[in-house]
Design a protein around this ligand. Structure first.
Ligand SMILES: Cc1cc2nc3c(=O)[nH]c(=O)nc-3n(C[C@H](O)[C@H](O)[C@H](O)COP(=O)(O)OP(=O)(O)OC[C@H]3O[C@@H](n4cnc5c(N)ncnc54)[C@H](O)[C@@H]3O)c2cc1C
Length: 366
């Protein structure tokens, strides 16, 4: 027999891989998770951890919106099972930065309501009663009370612990360079040698190293800045803001700091932090929260969001085999994580994807 034998190989221990490995373990299987670096070291921990279906879906993305709503509903249960993942269901605001932005923010609100989401309009004065830290220049915005956010680092830690308690094995610094079919099984080529697996689930996001995928992944860079929270509770909810000239940005509270984001840039595999990117983020945040001028900068970083050609999620199973690909989680992999964990485990164990994920199943090269 060639290589060490494993039953289930999960290639990539990011948002998707960790959720799927844990859910497979809960169903009595013992996956081995191969990660090129460390679990969660890809887009997962570069993210802001927003759980925001209302403000993430574009007008035409009805299937994606339904998947995001369903996944968000699973979060309270996941938080209860996993422990402290920094889950806060404190809603999200979307602000018009200038009066000319109001029609667009209102139009989005109407679309979100038509899809069953709770969203309310608030004039600038009402917004400042709730968020006195907002600039008096903000003319209005909408509020979605059912949204929330998590800490991506805590989520990674809890998922790794929960999976390990169920027997999942993690192989860090183990990039899979090639997946070779050998009869009914697969050979995984890694620097640690060969592994033979009966079932392989590839969820590498933006792939590292030589691994080839049967579809293209387009990395979309996001730069981020973390600043110290001026005082506890200073920013109670996530706030998003947009303007034609200033562009788009957001501020997401964590316990002791605020994440300011985020650029959306097609720069290939380049995960650099740039002066222009940071300038844009800080300029927008300063317009909305002038008091942040004195806030200490804690960290700046960039991550690569994994996007498919259509920027929608992708679930692919190689014909007549047990080789699965999950990719294209793009801007919403943290939000979609519980649905993907439960849905893909069901797909693998029972043979069918939940209906809400079926629109993203592709048979051919994407
Ligand atoms: C700046 C930024 C902000 C974001 N904000 C949010 C947000 O607020 N809310 C939200 O829902 N989503 C957000 N996202 C998106 C979210 O982070 C991604 O959608 C999600 O992490 C993708 O999950 P994944 O498992 O597909 O990939 P990843 O999380 O990137 O995980 C892939 C893993 O595979 C490993 N890997 C790669 N190649 C190999 C290989 N050859 N062999 C073995 N392992 C390999 C990597 O090391 C990595 O650990 C954000 C992303 C970025 C970059």
């Amino acid at each position: 027999m060639l290589g060490r034998e494993v039953e289930y190989a999960v290639v990539g221990g990011g948002a998707a891989g960790l959720a799927i490995a844990w859910q497979l373990a809960l169903r009595g299987h013992v996956p081995v998770v191969f990660d090129a670096k460390q679990p969660g070291s890809g887009a997962m921990t570069a993210s802001a951890g927003m759980l925001s279906p209302a403000y993430e879906a574009e007008f035409g993305e009805l299937h994606l919106l339904q998947a995001m709503i369903e996944s968000r509903r699973l979060y309270p249960k996941w938080a209860a099972e996993l422990g402290d993942i920094g889950y806060e269901a404190t809603g999200t605001y979307e602000l018009a930065l200038m009066p000319e932005d109001i029609p667009y923010v209102k139009r989005r609100m109407e679309f979100e309501r038509s899809q069953g989401l709770r969203v309310e309009w608030m004039e600038g004065r009402e917004l400042r009663e709730r968020l006195p830290i907002l600039s008096p220049r903000i003319p209005g915005g909408s509020y979605a009370p059912d949204e929330g956010h998590v800490s991506p680092e805590l989520l990674r830690d809890r998922l790794v612990e929960a999976a390990q308690r169920k027997g999942v094995v993690f192989l860090s610094e183990t990039p899979v360079a090639r997946i070779e079919r050998t009869g009914r099984n697969f050979l995984l080529h890694t620097p640690r040698g060969l592994y033979q697996a009966e079932v392989v689930i590839v969820c590498v996001g933006v792939p590292v190293g030589d691994l080839e995928l049967p579809f293209r992944v387009y990395p979309v860079r996001g730069q981020m800045v973390a600043v110290e929270m001026p005082r506890p509770g200073w920013l109670p909810s996530a706030v998003r803001y947009l303007n034609k000239a200033y562009g788009y940005g957001y501020a997401v509270p964590k316990r002791t700091y605020i994440i300011l984001g985020g650029t959306v840039e097609e720069k290939g595999w380049d995960a650099s932090v740039t002066m222009g990117g940071i300038l844009d983020i800080l300029r927008r945040a300063y317009y909305v929260f002038p008091d942040l001028y004195e806030a200490r900068v804690i960290r700046i970083w960039a991550g690569l969001r994994p996007a498919t050609q259509t920027r929608t999620p992708l679930f692919h199973k190689e014909p007549e085999s047990r080789l699965y690909y999950i990719n294209g989680l793009y801007r919403n992999g943290i939000l979609l994580l519980p649905l993907i964990g439960e849905g893909v485990a069901q797909w693998i164990v029972e043979g069918n994807l939940p209906p809400v994920l079926v629109p993203f199943q592709v048979e051919e090269e994407g």
